[in-house]
Design a protein around this ligand. Structure first.
Ligand code: DX5
Ligand code: ZN
Length: 215
């Protein structure tokens, strides 16, 4: 199974995103956490930042929308040049329509599930999505501890995906001590913030995580 490592710029230097992205050439995509201060109690950046990063980044962008009303805003991130746009199930009014709008705007569409959100209703419509994001912390902040009990949900999602080209992403507390457990449960796409940008050599950290996930 292909393994994708996505460093999260939430843990990078907010004044230097372009040069921070240039420090991780071994990464597959760059994970961009958009937070609105409403859906989660934290505020990061929005569409103008993503549009500009899409112009300057050598790596494709994976946008994780932690915002209210993604039905309204998500397609704009696809138009801005994101490779994948993932929105939260808990925030969406019409998740299937929103996923279709993201695809129509030229990006892959992802659905994100907070730790207590039931995956089953979305797995019943799995062909509408290109990525399922199983949050392994409560969304909002980097540097939290991996919730190991979420590996059960990862297994459930993997079983529903089967051999479809739907990426199974985990986000939150992924690092050298936890990535193998997430991979064994069936995840193939790994977000890591502090475990990459918290290191002196972030690209070496990416390579190490890839090796640990590939065993
Ligand atoms: C948290 C964000 C994550 C965050 C992960 O809500 O969605 O992407 O950057 O940070 P770490 O890897 O440090 O847990
Ligand atoms: Zn994220």
């Amino acid at each position: 199974m292909a393994v994708r490592i996505e460093p999260s710029i939430l843990s990078a230097d907010f004044a230097s995103f372009a040069s921070e992205i240039a420090r991780i050439p071994s990464a597959d995509l760059v994970h961009c956490d958009v937070m609105d201060g409403h859906f989660v109690p934290n505020l990061t950046f929005g569409l103008p930042m993503v549009r500009r990063l899409a112009q300057v980044s050598a790596l494709p962008l994976d946008v994780h929308l932690m915002i209210d009303d993604p039905d309204r805003w998500a397609p704009g991130y696809a138009e801005a040049g994101a490779h994948t746009v993932t929105f939260h199930a808990e925030a969406a009014t019409s998740p299937i329509a929103t996923a279709r709008a993201i695809r129509a705007a030229g990006a892959r569409a992802g659905i994100a599930l907070k730790p207590t959100t039931d995956a089953a209703p979305f797995l019943a419509a799995i062909d509408e999505f290109d990525q399922v994001l199983v949050m392994t912390v409560e969304p909002g902040f980097g540097g939290q501890s991996f919730m190991a009990e979420l590996t059960a949900k990862v297994r459930e999602v993997r079983s529903a995906i089967g051999d479809r080209d739907v990426w199974l992403q985990v986000d939150g507390g992924i690092g050298a001590d936890t990535i193998a457990a997430a991979a064994a449960a069936g995840a193939d796409t790994f977000v890591a913030g502090s475990a990459v940008f918290g290191q002196d050599d972030p690209d070496a950290a990416v390579q190490r995580l890839r090796a640990l996930a590939s065993r």
